[in-house]
Design a binder for this molecule. Structure first.
Ligand SMILES: Cc1cc2nc3c(=O)[nH]c(=O)nc-3n(C[C@H](O)[C@H](O)[C@H](O)COP(=O)(O)O)c2cc1C
Ligand code: SF4
Ligand code: FES
Length: 570
C-alpha cells in the first residue's frame, strides 16, 4: 500500500458510510459490556435483519463513548441529523430505538442525553476523538477518519529529525505520570548509538481507578500503532512492543487484531506505506504487578526476567531492552502523536497551558454524578471537571476532595477546586497529575482511611527489592490502621511523618518514593481528622469503627526499630 491507496481506502469507507440512512453505535467498552451491551447489540442486529433494513441501517459496536456510569450507551446517527445518545439501554429499548429511526419518531421510553449536555460540550477530544464513533475492529473506519495519514506524511515528507523537532515544538509531555518532555526523550533515543532500537508503549496502567489507557487500547487501537510507527521512524527503531496489563483481555485482543490488519494492509511490517521504513509491533502481556508499569521493571518483564526496577542512569533511551536504546512512552502520549504530526506542533502547542500544552484524558470515578472518561484541555479547573462535566456530587452531599495520581498522588481539597489541572499547578498544591485517575470523594470519606487504602495497595505491590519500601510500606500501613481503628498514640503521627520522609528519600524506585504522597497530602489538608482519630478516638466522617480498647503505649517504640528511624533505635 502507498499513500494513494490509503486515500482510496478512506474514500471508499466514507462513501459506504454516507450511503447508509443511519448508523446505530453500541458502546462495547468494558464498563458497558459489563452492563449488558452485548445483548443490546444482538437485539439491534436481529431487529435490523428482521426488518430487512441492513442495506440502509447499520448496527456497529464501538469503544467507550465516555459517560460509562450511564451505560450501556447507544448512539444514533441519522444522515443529516444531530446524533442522539441513549443511556441505560436494554435490548427492548434498543428495538424501540430502531423502530423510532424507521418511523422517524423518538422512542417512547428512551432517555436520550441532551446533545448540549456539558459532558459532551465541555470536552475537547484529540486522543479520544474516535472513541465511541468507530468500530475498533475495522481498520477501514480508522482510515476513513484520516488514520495513518500522519504516518504517510512523516515517512514521505519528513526526515526523522523533522519529526523529533515537531514533537519538541509541540511541547507534548509524557502522560504516564512524570510529564517528561516527549521531544527530549525522542531526541535522546534518536541520537543514542545502537544497531537496534526499540519503541515501547506502556499500557500497564496499574493505578486503582484509572482506565484511560485501557479505553484507548480498546476503542482506537490503530491510533496507538500509528503513533508507535511514527516514533519508530523518528528514532530509527524497527521493532515495537506494547506492554498490556494482563487483566486487559479485550484491549489485548483488539490490539492484536489491529496489528494483524495493519500488517495485511502494508501499514506495519516491511516497507511501510511504500517507504524504506520497516516496523513490527508485538504485544507483551503483564501479570498485573503495579511495579511493572515502572519503565525499568517493564523492560525486565519484556525480557522475560523478574519484574523489578533497576538503577537509572543510564536511562532506557540510552540503554534499555537488551542493552539497546529504547523509547518508552505511555499509551496516551503515543496516541497524541498522529494528531501532532497531522495538524502541526503550533496547533497543539496552542491548546491548554503554556507549560502544559494539549489535552489530558481523565478517568472520573467515585462520588460524582456521571463517572467515566473525559478529555479536556490542560488547565481546565477541577471545579469544571467535577461540577460542569461530571454533574457534581450525588445525593446532595458536599465535595470533600479529589485524589489525583492514584497511589503516587495526593488529594485536592474543596479550597483548591479552582486549581487548573496542569503539571505545575497541581504540584504547587502538593499533588501530581499522574496518569489521569481522578477519584472524587464526598463528606462521607475519611481521609486517614483513604491514605490507609493507598498504603495498603503500595504495601501489596512493593516488589521487595529495597528495604525502605518493603518494610516502610508495611509499617506505615500498620500505623495508619492503628489510627483508623482508634488504637494509635499521639506519637504515632510523628512516626508516620518520619517514615514518609525516610521512604521518599531512600526507596529505589518511584513506587516507594511516592507511596507516602497520599499520607503527606491528607496530613497537609486534613490533619485535624488524624488528630480526632488519635486524641478523641473519633472518626469525623463516621466511617471508621473504633476498637473497644486502646493498645498499650510503649509497644509503639519497638515499631520503628525494624526500619531504623533516626532517634528511635535503642
Ligand atoms: C510504580 C510505577 C508505576 C508506573 N506505572 C505506569 C503505567 O502504568 N503506565 C505508564 O505509562 N507509566 C507508568 N509509570 C511511569 C513509567 O516509569 C514511565 O515514566 C512512563 O511510561 C514514560 O512514559 P511517558 O514519558 O510517555 O509518560 C510508572 C512509574 C512507577 C514508578
Ligand atoms: S521502591 Fe519498592 S517497588 Fe521500588 S524497588 Fe524498592 S521495593 Fe521494589
Ligand atoms: S464503556 Fe461505554 S461509555 Fe465508557
Amino acid at each position: 500500500m502507498n499513500p494513494a491507496d490509503l486515500h482510496a481506502m478512506a474514500r471508499e469507507e466514507q462513501a459506504r458510510q454516507e450511503a447508509l440512512r443511519c448508523r446505530i453505535m453500541v458502546c462495547a467498552g468494558t464498563p458497558c459490556l459489563s452492563a449488558g451491551a452485548l445483548a443490546v447489540l444482538d437485539a439491534l442486529r436481529q431487529a435490523v435483519e428482521e426488518s430487512r433494513l441492513d442495506a440502509e441501517i447499520e448496527a456497529v459496536s464501538t469503544g467507550c463513548m465516555g459517560p460509562c456510569s450511564r451505560g450501556p450507551l447507544v448512539k444514533v446517527a441519522v444522515q443529516g441529523k444531530p446524533e442522539i445518545v441513549y443511556e441505560r439501554v436494554t435490548p427492548e429499548l434498543a428495538r424501540q430505538i430502531l423502530y423510532s429511526v424507521v418511523k422517524g419518531r423518538r422512542p417512547p421510553t428512551a432517555s436520550p442525553l441532551p446533545p448540549d449536555h456539558p459532558y459532551f460540550t465541555r470536552q475537547m477530544k484529540i486522543v479520544l476523538a474516535n472513541c465511541g464513533s468507530i468500530d475498533p475492529e475495522r481498520i477501514e473506519e480508522y482510515v476513513a477518519t484520516g488514520g495513518y495519514d500522519a504516518l504517510a506524511h512523516a515517512l514521505h515528507e519528513m526526515t526523522p529529525e523533522d519529526v523529533c523537532r515537531e514533537i519538541s515544538a509541540s511541547g507534548l509531555r509524557g502522560r504516564g505520570g512524570a510529564g517528561y518532555p516527549a521531544g527530549v526523550k525522542w531526541n535522546l533515543a534518536r541520537k543514542a548509538p545502537g544497531e537496534r532500537k526499540y519503541v515501547v508503549a506502556n499500557g500497564d496502567e496499574g493505578d486503582p481507578g484509572a482506565y484511560m489507557d485501557r479505553s484507548v487500547m480498546e476503542s482506537d487501537p490503530h491510533r496507538i500503532l500509528e503513533g508507535m510507527a511514527i516514533a519508530g521512524y523518528a528514532i530509527g527503531a524497527d521493532q515495537g512492543y506494547i506492554y498490556v496489563r494482563g487483566e486487559y483481555y479485550l484491549a489485548g485482543r483488539r490490539l492484536e487484531a489491529a496489528i494483524r490488519d495493519a500488517e495485511r494492509k502494508g501499514l506495519l511490517g516491511s516497507r511501510v506505506l511504500g517507504s524504506n521504513f520497516s516496523f513490527r509491533i508485538d504485544i507483551r502481556t503483564g501479570a498485573g504487578a503495579f511495579v511493572c508499569g515502572e519503565e525499568t521493571s517493564l523492560m525486565a518483564s519484556i525480557m522475560g526476567r523478574r519484574g523489578q526496577p533497576w538503577h537509572r542512569p543510564p536511562y532506557p533511551a540510552q540503554r534499555g531492552l537488551w542493552g539497546c536504546p529504547t523509547l518508552i512512552n505511555n499509551v496516551e502520549t503515543l496516541a497524541t502523536v498522529p494528531a501532532i504530526i497531522g495538524r502541526g506542533a503550533t496547533w497543539y502547542a496552542g491548546i491548554g497551558s503554556t507549560r502544559s500544552p494539549g489535552t489530558k484524558v481523565y478517568a472520573l470515578a467515585g462520588q460524582v454524578e456521571t463517572a467515566g472518561l473525559i478529555e479536556v484541555p490542560m488547565g481546565t479547573t477541577l471545579r469544571e471537571v467535577v461540577f460542569d462535566i461530571g454533574g457534581g456530587i450525588p445525593g446532595g452531599k458536599r465535595f470533600k476532595a479529589a485524589q489525583s495520581g492514584g497511589p503516587s498522588g495526593g488529594c485536592i481539597p474543596a479550597e483548591h477546586l479552582d486549581t487548573p489541572l496542569d503539571y505545575e499547578s497541581m504540584e504547587r498544591i502538593g499533588t501530581i497529575m499522574g496518569s489521569g485517575g481522578l477519584i472524587i470523594m464526598d463528606e462521607t470519606s475519611c481521609m486517614p482511611d483513604v491514605a490507609s487504602f493507598f498504603l495498603d495497595f503500595c504495601r501489596d505491590e512493593s516488589c521487595g527489592k529495597c528495604i525502605p519500601c518493603r518494610v516502610g510500606s508495611m509499617e506505615m500501613h500498620r500505623l495508619l490502621r492503628r489510627i483508623t481503628s482508634g488504637t494509635a498514640w499521639p506519637d504515632d503521627l510523628r512516626r508516620l511523618e518520619e517514615l514518609c520522609d525516610l521512604m521518599g528519600a531512600t526507596s529505589l524506585c518511584g513506587l516507594g518514593q511516592t507511596a507516602p504522597n497520599p499520607v503527606v497530602s491528607t496530613l497537609r489538608y486534613f490533619r485535624h481528622e488524624y488528630e480526632a482519630h488519635i486524641r478523641e478516638r473519633r472518626c469525623p466522617a463516621g466511617r471508621c469503627t473504633m476498637a473497644a480498647e486502646q493498645e498499650p503505649g510503649p509497644g509503639g517504640k519497638a515499631l520503628l526499630h525494624a526500619v531504623g528511624v533516626p532517634g528511635e533505635v535503642g
